[in-house]
Design a protein around this ligand. Sequence first.
Ligand code: DX5
Ligand code: ZN
Length: 221
Amino acid sequence: MSTARYRIAPSVLSADFARLAEEVRAVVDAGADWIHFDVMDNHYVPNLTFGPMVCQALRRHTQAPIDVHLMVQPVDALALAFCQAGADLVSFHPDASTHVDRTLQLVRAEGKQTGLVFNPAAPLDLLEWVIDKVDLVLVMSVNPGFGGQSFIDSALRKVERARRIIEASGRDIRLEVDGGIKVDNIRRVADAGADTFVAGSAIFGQPDYKAVIDAMRRALA
Ligand code: DX5
Ligand code: ZN
């Protein structure tokens, strides 16, 4: 896999919310490929972040793809609202949706890309039945809800398995990993088969975003 295939998606969960547009601009200037946007509802996860209005406001400040990660239940109304708020890709947790296939269809009908997110203890089984409607598989390497947690190693085996499922499908599906990714473990995650990397605290927790992103790219090269 060539390094050009890799995408780095900083999570604004760890950015300064009072200066969100500046933070997004800074991280894109520093080499970010996507902006990862963690939506938490204090119901599916025990934390609360931002909704579609904030996404819509940010949309005016960046050309970078906005990768929305919904940690909400129910899913459908918010998935639609984020499509309309300028998201490029909308991912959700299948266990949070009553009808996963229908939610995927809703997002596709808005002309947006779809992602399915698998928690550390979640099996990948249902992928078999909906893989033709999925543009991205997101493997969680922490339990969703907070930035700054440690990487859960069993995610590596899940990434390997997800890679095999994607290859067998013959479809162009990205494989993203989210949680505890740092300069010193990104290579292992890539070796397991991931091509897209979310990093929140590793990037926004440092003063020099470019230094971190460059170091991640060197580790991937
Ligand atoms: C966790 C979020 C992650 C989080 C990652 O629920 O989905 O995107 O921001 O943060 P770090 O990189 O700090 O683990
Ligand atoms: Zn996330």
